[in-house]
Design a protein around this ligand. Sequence first.
Ligand code: 3HC
Length: 692
Amino acid sequence: MTALTDMADLTLEDGIAVITIDNPPVNALSQGVRQGIKDGVEKCLADNAVKAIVLICAGRTFIAGADITEFGGAPKEPGLHETLDRMENADKPIVAAIHGTALGGGLETALCCHFRVCDSGARFGLPEVNLGLLPGAGGTQRLPRVVGAEKALQMMTSGVQIGAEEALATGLVEQIVDTDLRSGAVAFAHEVVASGQPLQRIRDRDDKLQSARGNPGLFDEFRKSIARKTRGFLAPEYNIRCIEAAVNLPFDEGIAVEQKLFMELMSGPQSRAQQYFFFAERQAAKIPDVPRDTPERPINKVGVIGAGTMGGGISMNMANVGIPVIIIETQQEALDRGLGIIRKNYENTAKKGRISADDVETRCGLITGSLDMQDLADCDLVIEAVYESLDLKKEIFTKLDGIVKAGAILASNTSALDINQIAAVTARPESVIGLHFFSPANVMKLLEIVRGDHTAKDVIKTSMSFAKRINKVAALVGVCPGFVGNRILFQRQAQAQQLIMEGALPHQVDKVLVDFGLPMGAFQMSDLAGLDIGWNKQASNGATIRDMLCEADRRGQKTGAGYYDYDENRTPSPSALVEKIILEFSAKDGIDRRVVSDQEILERCIYPMINEGAKILEEGIAIRASDIDVVWVYGYGWPLYRGGPMHYADSIGLDQIVATLRKYAEATGDATFEPAPLMVKLAEAGQGFSSL
Ligand code: 3HC
């Protein structure tokens, strides 16, 4: 064995050279890997004893892409293009032996080999779009030449991976090896040498592009089909343009288009934000005082209290990954309704072809119901998901503590209440934690995990791992009203209310927020959630706009009217009645209404959120600024291409945020605009939240 670099080595057996990449954890294409491949190939080409080359990786995966940590730094030789050209133009066969995931630059490397074999678990994808990029090492031109333009469009605009069987069917791999991958790949290389077949360079092919050439409407139709999902993102469109170039231009001209668009994306703010978020998400899983090797409690059976919208959605998460769940209700009718809705949800998913009819039965079979809390006795984790009443939750936790086995974790799905007070009614406060799911709980990726004063480290570790197991992204937060997500949301909602009192109307505020990239505006969100959450009919006396609307039975989407009027498809339109109510309220408060600019709306809705985020950091409620961003991207649909509120603040400059907040503090006299000391300190030092 010869070491090529500290990340690659070379062995020669019976005429077949094997270059092995070893750059844990994911064999990213760091400088040492590129150098190793290039040197290894050159050595083999110069050695008459070498008849063919196998490129394989050690560890858990084939190359998972370019080394993202190198992005933004000075280029290090050799470049990826240079390395891959050396491979593709080699006059000896190169066989990629793929296991794990061949992603991004990793798949591009494989596409520059002359042949590809894989094991049955291998997966393939070009996920650059998720980093606000496009494949920049020829992948945009080569993948469509192998799998066709349609498939390439799907894969490159969504980052979706395909498995080994599909890779074989599309011709992306020549063979699935069902024995040891290395020996299978070496045997394949021997066959290639023996057959004397010519070396295939993907760049020279264009048979798979023919059907797209005959279908000029393909690209525009595809654009339309993904428009809603990709609103605001640049990268999907740039990926499409590259595939259009692959179809319509000679290979080298296509590569030139790829390079130009890649550089444009790489130097833009969207990709910066998306790369930042890639690491933010992974960072959120790391808890400084809870070491990786903290033991975990086994979770084999889960109980959920409440079969309402949240309880049902939460239960589906467990059933989706094969964990049995028991749902507790107080009334048979409510239980039946809840279980019925779960079944209907699964059946609808099956109708869309996302799961099979068998999956529906398996998952529904994992969810049972009961009216007796004693049936929770053998659960490892119980998640309470009843409505937001501290007294009710305390009552439930007192009972649970007496029923559920020792060592089991008791969790509350509260979105704002004090976990410490809930934990205090039990004899096991160390086993009590907040697991705050976001609605719809079976869809939204975020799990806000709330650590109480006495929550044990193994309970935190177990909850973080459990989140991953049920395909959620967890962010650990501390106790305060609304935790991280809703506490920040309250600020925005309060400003939105204030803005309509001063002169804006709900649809104007909402349009600004939606144009910014949020999935819905402040008032659309209120209408969706229901204006009567926390509203008391008996006590209501028209003191707020919300009271007036609820009193008029405009309680949101569910009653067909709220801040907006809704048609039978739930399409909102501005309401003349609501406008009248708002104008009357302004007049009653003696407010002289004025034209409020879109810029003011944006700044007054978003900057107080950032300010609240800074206070949350000061108080230690969130561990890092990037955790706040994870909460807002995954819990509230903050546009990923803006990285999250704290990254967005850094991208604008904290000095500017502080100055603008002070301007509004002075103009409105509202103390919530006073910038948090932490933010002032950072701004004065010319730093951002990322420096913390
Ligand atoms: N570069 C640098 N580090 C990477 C990396 C990459 N491409 N991919 C993963 N890592 C790091 C992660 O940050 C993490 O580090 P940490 O342990 O310090 O937090 C570690 O590797 C393990 O990653 P995950 O926690 O994500 O491990 P999983 O097993 O859950 O997932 C994976 C593995 C599917 C490979 C996932 O890491 C992934 O999707 N990686 C990114 C793949 C990608 O986007 N590739 C394209 C890169 S851009 C490119 O190739 C440009 C080219 O076209 C020129």
